[in-house]
Design a protein around this ligand. Structure first.
Ligand SMILES: [Zn+2]
Length: 263
């Protein structure tokens, strides 16, 4: 019997008044999911070497009968210097050609005593991670960056369509962002905490990589162990914007979920 208690670290997000333009997932040749797709990424740019040679790549397939889920750390959005004041929504804006959405402030955070910056959120259809070999309809990636080491932590939220579920204000905001004129000055308030994170009970934590070039490793993943639900009409609208952008699952190479820490 495994009796192991997991500490629940508190993620504290604070507001820093700097305009953000630093989503650092890609810094090289253009890539896509067709002719310049995942099997060719490593040939497109020397910087993309890890996409082929990496040993701890993402996404992975979770084996629900073996992998153990742990509690998601608490996520609180708060303004810097006013830690008792919760910050309910994040003002976001579309970045360039609508692939990801950036907070219009740098949002600091701490996971396990590490200070992170909330970098950006973006989406994949279908999901990249799988449960027992099965994709779900959509996956959201909330990307955090360690402000000192520049290592990433990503909260991955898988969604599956449910015709009985209503539209969520979170996806209303995201669809509004996708429809935003690239030159628009308006920010869209996005309620990530109460609309997304508060619905997550447990996550699969593991060490992997970014799922797009440069395929950087040393990424800590926190992926929901059960998909959340999305309405049919919102999924249809999102699919229209996103198209197919799901990297195939990568070899586990002996990685444990959750990882064996400090080894
Ligand atoms: Zn992603």
């Amino acid at each position: 019997m495994l009796m192991r208690s997991f500490l629940i670290p508190t993620i504290v997000l604070s507001l820093i008044l700097v305009s953000s333009n630093f989503a650092a997932e890609q810094d090289g040749a253009d890539f896509d999911y067709n002719e310049r797709g995942p099997e060719h990424w490593s040939q497109l740019d020397a910087k993309y070497k890890l996409c082929k040679d990496g040993e701890r790549q993402s996404p992975i397939n979770f084996i629900t009968s073996i992998d153990l889920a742990i509690k998601l750390p608490n996520v609180n959005f708060i303004k810097q210097n006013t830690p008792n004041v919760k910050f309910p929504t994040i003002s976001m804006k579309k970045e360039g050609h609508a692939t990801k959405f950036l907070p219009q402030q740098l949002i600091g955070s701490s996971f396990d005593s590490v200070r992170y910056i909330f970098n950006q959120v973006h989406f994949h259809t279908p999901s990249e991670h799988r449960f027992d070999g099965i994709h779900t309809d959509l996956e959201a990636h909330f990307v955090f960056e360690d402000s000192v080491t520049k290592k990433y932590s990503v909260i991955g939220v898988l969604y599956e369509v449910d015709c009985a579920v209503g539209s969520s204000s979170f996806f209303d905001s995201i669809i509004k962002l996708y429809n935003q004129d690239p030159n628009a000055k308006d920010n869209v308030p996005v309620d990530i905490n109460s609309e997304v994170f508060s619905h997550i009970k447990e996550v699969y934590k593991y060490f992997g990589s970014l799922t797009t070039p440069n395929c950087t490793e040393d990424v800590t993943w926190w992926v929901v162990n059960k998909p959340l639900l999305i309405s049919t009409s919102q999924l249809v609208k999102l699919r229209k914007h996103i198209g197919f952008n799901s990297r195939p699952t990568q070899p586990r190479n002996g990685r444990k979920v959750p990882p064996v820490e400090n080894k």
